[in-house]
Design a protein. Structure first.
Lengths: 249, 749
């Protein structure tokens, strides 16, 4: 156990991930985001998210790895609606990871917060610990009305009852890109080679994804924007998602 | 792509997908071999297990004409993404476009030809064979043709462009009937009519939002539903953050905040129906404050005399200061653009309002300028498809003809007038007088349910076709639609059905329409286009061109700029200015609220309601799923003692609907809004018996100049029923409560 604690400490050291090839990071420009929700449906298509039905929706059993949160500001007539896409922040110091009794959720060396479905025993502790509320539990085994199941993405597991799930930064796309890089005798994947489904669909190009260990990557440049901030930063979760705040004129 | 030599004139926009038509070949072979243990000793062409193939085609979820790429694995469609080389979508898609897969694999698709065996509209259908179905239709129409009664055959379809439109036209012409019409609730008839008055040409120009610096939108939800939302969203992203150190500004004028209103820097809820007047007030201030420098300045100030900001302010209930400020910003920004749509283009003053907005563009001098209104060159082909739009008047004529017994055979394809027309025009009742109704449809929507015979069409992901996006993108573009998977059921692409009918009817039809399939027809037409355009320069075989076009999914001529740009005459623009104030159906004392129906980013005009991903996608502004609601200002609700979930009777002079209330902070008091899209009586398990359809209670007032339905000019009254209903929504706390979720210095909760 002591070696594990040592590992965990080392793992918490700032800058730890720079030793590795990748630190996958996303920036979300709220000045571009219009709240159109194309990302939500793109994620649903890519990651085999279930269609839960009206009854389950009413019981708050919906599963959306990325969602648009809405916040009103002011009162009529000077009322404003603000949107913010919310998804797993892939925190470097993720509260969910320390909570899991069976290590079903852990940090991989790419800086991703990952979930091992067949290790998960469904205690739901991680969801309680997550301050962003982006972990979703499968209360039921969902099915698809035939032939909708023909659309299911063969690269992504279909989850069952009793398993926690969440955004993976489309890890299947990362794997494919790394494989392709290996086949081409490249050490790293190129900037822009990995595009998660939400980033791919975004009609205003508000979402940017890439490897922040690469100073030349577009995402690294976006992160330097003075408008950048991290949500609930004061909790010291060290999120991997940088939001760029909306500009007020 | 680089391997293909090309002429100077014929160029692609870039590299496209990988596969071409192998998906079809593969799908056919696997259907027979599926039981075998080692089914793929000799694998079908273009197939390797575990390797994805992408095919480019055209989205059909709204009329924008975005190019899409579909990911195919083992012969099944897995994912829709934007076609990166298509100039409209540029690699992006909206939620509706993504959900196209739900249409392809929808459990409620019509799988075989069906014949009605019960009472009409009862939904009592029996399966029949294609032979039987085509013979029935062919002999009936053929008989009418022989009797010289072919004009009693009518064809009504949705917004169809490209060569399918030509095929329909040819079919009806050869038959001897000039009753081929299209009906699309979202067709911008008023905008076309207004552009005809202002610019002398009834086309949709390209609104260059991308390069604008100051965008003034009168009711047009350009980010959600107006004309080409994906393209506009790309442009919006660039307007905001695409230019170093120069952030464009947007203003939205509408009574109920839409997606575009939420994105805007300023949302102005003018009194409903006076938006055009506000435009004239701004124009007045613009001229009188000296921001317009044309030689005809005096004429303009004379024409706008009656619209001084103080008078306009009283009518519109927008402060004079604000009008003056908008005029100053609009007049002094380097690239100002004004657009009009939504409710502004759906009053009895629709054309007059848009003409006023057009005048603003003229005064800002943005015509044919970057960041302004750019007139497209002639489309690559299919220039006249828009002239087939029936509009509201055309539909009334059709109803009249049906009632008078002038219609023997009604062919309906891809349009749902029973849903998308007010109840009291009686389309459904008039259909009872038509002896034979044939629906060419993939789904059993309300109109298809009324058919005697259903010829099931393949979805757009299984069909050949082509498209010319309208409006264009400033240069000629044409897209190819190709099947990305093998046809799932015993269905046919609509083009193939028309060709089969032509063969069945006989006479000169099959002689002129000699193509065996839609694919053959499209290819021949593209060959003709190719021969016409590329008579000089480097030789390139058509086959190579065709293969490359299929791979790219699109052909375009980016170098070709618009030819003759219309130069609007100031005098005619001035002459066309009319007093734009809308009338409303219903007396204010009896019906105190203005009904604001709006198209939704989720279901558009209702055609998306049968797709489960869209039903489960929270409405962007309210986060509601699965159902309808009526939006009320919090103060109004308070006064009436209405809480969220109280079921109300919303009653107009034309009818009433029963719908739960939702308190919505961004709607003008005195206005109630109901989203369009739900309220289907048919259309499959996901859509049926869910919510209400506000179009059904719209009074049949029309726009004074275009004759189009003024669907935003109805007044209603509200009655508490005492019932309550849970509105299912995903929002929890809708204020940030100081948590700085939107940024450290950006928390104004």
């Amino acid at each position: 156990m002591s070696t594990f604690v040592e590992k965990l400490r080392q793992y918490r050291k700032p800058g730890y991930y720079d030793k590795f090839d990748y630190h996958w990071t996303m920036t979300i420009d709220l000045d571009r985001c219009t709240g159109c929700e194309a990302c939500m449906v793109a994620c649903q298509a890519e990651n085999n998210l279930p269609i839960v039905g009206e009854k389950r929706f009413a019981e708050n059993r919906e599963i959306k790895w990325i969602r648009i949160e809405r916040y009103w500001e002011g009162e009529y007539p000077d009322v404003k609606m603000r949107f913010i896409p919310m998804l797993c922040q892939h925190c470097d110091d993720a509260p969910c990871e320390t909570a899991c009794p069976v290590f079903a959720t852990y940090h991989n060396q790419d800086g991703l917060n990952t979930q091992i479905y067949n290790r998960c025993i469904g205690t739901r502790t991680c969801a309680v610990y997550c301050p962003y509320e982006v972990r979703y539990f499968n209360w039921f085994t969902y099915t698809w009305d035939e032939p909708l199941e023909q659309q299911l993405n063969p690269d992504v597991t279909v989850r069952e009852k009793g398993v926690m799930e969440k955004c993976t930064f489309c890890i299947q796309r990362i794997r494919i890109a790394k494989d392709n890089a290996k086949d081409d005798d490249r050490r790293r994947v190129r900037d822009g080679e990995v595009v998660p489904a939400c980033v791919q669909s975004c009609p205003t190009e508000a979402l940017v994804f890439g490897n922040s260990n690469d100073p030349e990557a577009k995402v690294s440049k976006m992160m330097k924007n003075p408008r950048g901030y991290k949500v609930l930063e004061e909790l010291n979760t060290t999120p991997s998602i940088v939001y760029l705040t909306k500009v007020h004129s | 792509m680089s391997k293909i030599s090309r002429r100077d004139l014929l160029q692609y926009i870039g590299a496209g997908g990988i596969g071409v038509v192998g998906g079809v070949l593969y799908g056919e072979s696997v259907q027979q071999n599926v039981e075998l243990l080692i089914p793929q000793v000799v694998p079908p062409e273009d197939y390797s297990p575990g390797v994805a193939t992408w095919y480019n085609t055209v989205c059909n979820q709204c009329p924008a004409g975005c190019g899409i790429s579909v990911r195919i694995r083992e012969g099944k469609a897995k994912k829709i993404e934007g076609n990166p080389v298509h100039p409209v979508s540029q690699g992006r898609t909206c939620a509706r476009g993504q959900a196209g897969l739900n249409a392809l694999y929808n459990p409620d698709r019509i799988r075989t030809p069906l014949q009605n065996v019960g009472q009409r509209g009862s939904g009592n259908f029996e399966e029949i064979s294609w032979d039987e179905a085509l013979t029935t239709v062919g002999s009936r129409i053929g008989r009418l043709k022989i009797d010289n009664e072919a004009s009693r055959v009518r064809l009504l379809c949705g917004r169809v462009r490209g060569h399918l439109d030509e095929l329909f036209l040819q079919f009806m012409n050869l038959l001897g009937s000039d009753h081929y019409q299209q009906y699309d609730f979202t067709y911008p008839s008023a905008l076309m009519a207004a552009n005809k008055m202002s610019f002398g040409t009834d086309v949709l120009p390209y609104y260059d939002i991308r390069n604008a610096v100051f965008l003034l939108s009168f009711g047009a939800d350009y980010l959600g539903t107006w004309i080409s939302p994906v393209h506009h969203s790309l442009a919006y992203g660039h307007l905001r953050q695409g230019r170093e150190g120069r952030r464009g500004k947007t203003i939205q004028i509408e009574p109920r905040m839409s997606l575009s209103g939420a994105a805007a820097d300023e949302w102005i809820a003018a009194r409903p129906g006076t938006e055009g007047l506000l435009a004239l007030g701004i124009a007045h201030a613009l001229v009188s404050e000296g921001h317009y420098h044309g030689s005809d300045r005096d004429e303009w100030s004379k024409a706008l005399q009656a619209y001084s900001p103080s008078l306009v302010s009283a009518e519109t209930e927008v402060s004079e200061d604000k009008i003056l400020r908008l005029a100053r910003e609009f007049g002094t920004s380097t690239a100002s653009l004004a657009i009009a749509g939504g409710a502004t283009a759906a009053g009895t003053n629709a054309v007059a309002s848009i003409v006023a907005v057009n005048a603003l563009n003229y005064l800002a001098g943005n015509l044919s300028q970057p960041g302004g209104i750019i007139f497209n060159p002639d489309p690559a082909f299919s220039a006249t498809a828009g002239s087939r739009q029936a509009g509201f008047q055309g539909m009334l004529d059709l109803i009249g003809a049906m009632k008078a017994g002038d219609v023997d055979v009604l062919l309906v394809h891809d349009t749902n007038p029973v849903f998308a027309l007010p109840d009291n025009v009686g389309f459904r009742q008039a259909m009872q007088n038509v002896p034979l109704i044939i629906a060419l449809s993939s789904f059993r929507d309300e109109t298809t349910e009324m058919a005697d015979l259903i010829l099931p069409t393949s979805t757009y992901l299984e069909s050949w076709g082509d498209d010319v996006p309208d409006p264009g993108v400033g240069f000629p573009v044409a897209s190819i639609s190709q099947p990305v998977v093998a046809t799932l059921y015993d269905t046919l692409p609509v083009g193939d059905i028309v060709l089969s009918l032509a063969r069945q009817i006989g006479g000169e039809l099959p002689i002129h329409m000699r193509w065996g399939t839609m694919e053959e027809f499209i290819k021949e037409r593209w060959r003709e286009e190719y021969d016409q355009r590329g008579s000089e320069g480097e030789e390139q075989e058509f086959e190579a061109f065709w293969q490359a076009a299929l791979e790219a999914g699109v052909w375009g001529q980016p170098g070709a700029v618009a030819g003759d740009q219309p130069v609007p005459l100031s005098s005619s623009m001035i002459a066309s200015i009319a007093d734009p104030v809308s009338r409303f159906a219903g007396d204010e004392s009896d019906y105190p609220f203005v009904l604001h129906p709006y198209l939704t980013a989720t279901f558009f005009d209702g055609r998306g309601a049968n797709l489960p991903w869209l039903q489960e996608m929270p409405d962007p502004m309210t986060s509601v799923v699965y159902g309808s609601w009526v939006e009320l200002n919090p103060v109004t609700a308070d006064e009436l003692g209405i809480r969220e979930g109280d079921v109300l009777d919303v009653e107009s002079p034309a009818g009433s609907v029963r719908v739960p209330a939702l308190i919505f902070p961004a709607i003008r008091p005195g206005v109630v809004a109901i989203p369009v899209g739900q309220g289907h009586a048919a259309y499959g398990r996901y859509a049926r018996d869910r919510g209400v359809n506000p179009i059904h209670i719209v009074a049949t007032l029309i726009d004074d100049q275009s004759g189009d339905l003024a669907w935003a000019a109805t007044r209603v009254k509200l009655k508490l029923t005492g019932e309550r209903l849970q509105i299912i929504k995903t929002d929890g706390v809708t204020r940030t409560l100081g948590r700085q979720i939107l940024g450290p210095e950006n928390d104004h909760a």
